[in-house]
Design a protein around this ligand. Structure first.
Ligand code: NAD
Length: 314
């Protein structure tokens, strides 16, 4: 099959591109490189630097494509609290642009990388897809709006659409932006560097950490699964872990005595998140395979190998 991945130079996108190429598919990527790194992509991938709101560019890239993975987005909850207009332009406007371009060219399926952040605060865990959304940040609002757009206009234009609500994905070589880095790679770097691990609200918040390879497996299955049109499907590990437990696990896996530093609550965050995987199992044949300790171990090994390589290059 021929795929286009928007945001394909990013953390999840590059791993998806690699898996699709390994499976014998043809892959094109469009990414504006606001966060991505095309050096991570396998050689056989056709890479185009561009914006998802550039519809004429998308027309060219979509020729002959069977399925689009729409991953391009601004992805930071705290940043979205400060710059909601940017999140609306890229995450909502960009999604509508991708769909318009797909309609114009006649591409039949869209797999959308949505987010577990849409659930917000809920009285019950694990979170299943029928719960009423309660977005607590502009990022979560933008993902919810994008879900509504793709399922509504997909039906009007006969484009098959499926939204995967991904929970907290992590994995080797996850990039560390200076502002608002993801918690796992930040904790690992801090632990290995002998620094303090910063906990908001005593680390009581919980998350469902899902390993990158498992997310990729769900995305791959969604491209060809029958009966997923206009479905919303959780992709997580099904395990609820507090940030304090995560910090202690990072300490164990890195073999360091970690110092925990408590600060106040973070704006836009939610208190508990754990994915119900019933639908993912039924519709995608999905089963998470890598759980937290093994995933952390793999990340630490990669990080150490990577920094040895980097220090040899200097
Ligand atoms: P990422 O930032 O590594 O990847 C996003 C990519 O989109 C980046 O390469 C960036 O350069 C690109 N991009 C941003 N704006 C663009 C634009 N206007 N035009 C073209 N490209 C643009 O993030 P990720 O973790 O790989 O996330 C991928 C997708 O999965 C996102 O849609 C994100 O919302 C979703 N998601 C991720 C997680 C997670 O835990 N990583 C959880 C839930 C949902």
């Amino acid at each position: 099959m021929q795929f286009l991945i928007t945001g394909g130079a990013g953390f999840i996108g590059h791993a998806l591109a690699r898996r699709l190429v390994e499976l014998g598919h043809s892959v094109r990527v469009v990414d504006d490189l606001s966060a991505g790194d095309p050096a991570r992509l396998p050689e056989d991938v056709i890479f185009a630097r561009g914006d998802v709101n550039d519809v004429p560019r998308l027309w060219t890239l979509l020729q002959g494509v069977d399925c689009v993975y729409h991953l391009a987005a601004r992805v930071s909850v705290p940043e979205s609290v400060r710059y909601p207009r940017e999140y609306n332009t890229v995450n909502v406007g960009g999604t509508v642009s991708v769909l318009e371009a797909m309609r114009d060219v006649g591409v039949k399926r869209l797999v959308f990388a949505s987010s577990g952040a849409i659930y917000g605060e809920q009285a019950q865990q694990p979170l299943h897809e029928a719960l009423p959304p309660d977005p607590r940040s502009p990022y979560a609002v933008s993902k919810l709006a994008a879900e509504h757009y793709i399922h509504t206009i997909g039906r009007l234009w006969q484009v098959e659409t499926v939204s995967l609500r991904i929970f907290n994905a992590y994995g080797p070589l996850q990039q560390l932006p200076t502002a608002h880095p993801p918690v796992i790679p930040q904790f690992i770097r801090q632990a290995l560097g002998g620094g303090s691990l910063v906990l908001h609200n005593n680390g009581a918040q919980t998350r469902d950490f899902v390993y990158l390879d498992d997310v990729v497996s769900a995305l791959v299955a969604a491209a060809t699964a029958p009966d997923v049109d206009r479905r919303i499907i959780n992709v997580g590990s099904g395990v609820e872990t507090s940030i304090r437990e995560l910090a202690l696990a990072v300490g164990e896996v890195t073999g360091r005595d970690v110092h925990l530093l408590n600060v106040g609550a973070e704006s836009g965050g939610v208190s508990r998140m754990c994915a119900d995987l019933t639908l993912a199992r039924a519709l995608l044949g999905y089963e998470p395979k890598v759980f937290l300790r093994e995933g952390l171990q793999r990340m630490v090994e990669q990080d150490v190998r990577f920094s040895r390589l980097a220090s040899r290059e200097v």
